[in-house]
Design a protein around this ligand. Structure first.
Ligand SMILES: [Fe+2]
Length: 360
């Protein structure tokens, strides 16, 4: 299906009637606070199963061999577009929508959202805002597609996710990179970024006012706890709710200057437990449906104490992915990766995820 750009940019975003809500706490405006690692995680840190003298030949968890050239090149193209946006915003030049929409359209038409998302989140420390923006765009599009958006609506959501954070490029880097607690003034500066984003996007013309509106609402929360205007419920567009939720999630699972990354399964738990009332229930539900607790390349421990790496996920059985075993239940390194299809092995199940640092 071909969608004209004018179709996408010209319409007002419909407000969601959904008033029912759920979701997370954020740290100081942008990324959220790290949840405490529980005793279980501590126990795994000290695990005798993982002997560091044996880890030399563990398969690279971020090996990209499995991804086709198409995925790699499309991801690079997205990243390039995001960097162009950054450079143009920093240089006070206008932001163009056409190259981004062309790329997003190709991604939708060729059904590349899922593999691209998996690839984007598997890249270690995809550093900086441009790579964050690419992950957020793909995650938002997964949720939108899951909610049944048609191509036009999906492209609008993708474009909004791609551009919502442009105001952050106007925040001094010493604040963004700061490891210590932010001062009140610095926090104010960061909290000002949705309005800056909206101002920049509004300069794109009348046809883009909806884009500016979404950007200004991404940090609003349904219970009124967000900023800048403390909007509530269906005062917040569905696009802003989706982007706000996935933005928080992606910020958690990626490394930050002031903290390490959080495992996906912990991040999801954290979002669901602490986020109650902050996002529409419908959006949270679809997010949980779309985002795998055990994405490809996650290390997991099974109930028989063996350890392996997720190599394939099945949406129908999200808790039972396919695993390549690395250590058996006695802690013996396995020479040849044995593959276990958990979906077909009812006696085995995942009991924990393991930080890849512990295997390196
Ligand atoms: Fe933001």
């Amino acid at each position: 299906m071909t969608v004209r750009f004018s179709d996408i940019i010209g319409k007002d975003e419909k407000k969601e009637k959904e008033n029912d809500t759920v979701a997370p706490e954020e740290r100081q405006g942008e990324p959220p606070a790290a949840p405490e690692r529980g005793p279980e995680a501590e126990r795994m840190s000290n695990s005798q199963i993982l002997r560091t003298d044996e880890i030399g030949d563990i398969p690279d968890p971020f090996s990209t061999d499995r991804y086709s050239e198409k995925i790699r090149s499309t991801y690079q193209a997205l990243l390039e577009r995001a960097r162009e946006v950054r450079d143009r915003v920093k240089a006070n030049q206008g932001v163009g929508h056409s190259p981004i929409l062309s790329l997003l359209h190709e991604i939708v038409a060729e059904d590349l959202i899922d593999p691209l998302y998996e690839y984007a989140i598997s890249i270690p420390d995809g550093k900086g805002l441009p790579s964050h923006c690419v992950c957020v765009t793909l995650a938002a599009m997964k949720v939108g597609r899951g909610l049944g958006y048609d191509t036009k609506k999906l492209l609008r959501l993708g474009l909004a996710a791609f551009l919502e954070n442009v105001g952050m490029y106007k925040i001094p880097e010493h604040i963004l990179e700061k490891k210590e607690k932010l001062t009140k003034e610095e926090l104010e500066t960061i909290r000002n970024h949705p309005q800056i984003s909206a101002q920049i996007l509004a300069q794109m013309g009348d046809a883009f006012q909806w884009l500016a509106q979404v950007a200004s609402q991404v940090h609003e929360r349904a219970d009124g706890s967000g900023y800048p205007n403390g909007l509530r419920g269906n005062q917040i567009t569905e696009a802003a709710s989706i982007i706000g939720l996935v933005d928080t999630y992606v910020a958690m699972i990626k490394k930050r200057p002031y903290r390490d990354k959080i495992m996906e399964s912990e991040a999801v738990k954290f979002l669901v437990e602490l986020g109650k009332g902050k996002f529409p229930r419908k959006v949270v539900k679809e997010f949980l449906n779309q985002i795998s607790l055990f994405p490809i390349n996650t290390y997991v421990r099974l109930n028989n104490q063996s350890i392996g790496r997720v190599i394939h996920t099945d949406k129908a059985q999200p808790l039972r992915p396919t695993i390549e075993l690395i250590y058996d239940g006695l802690g013996q390194r396995l020479e040849k990766g044995e593959v276990i299809h958990l979906a077909a092995t009812p006696l085995l199940h995942i009991v924990d995820t393991i930080d890849d640092k512990e295997l390196r």
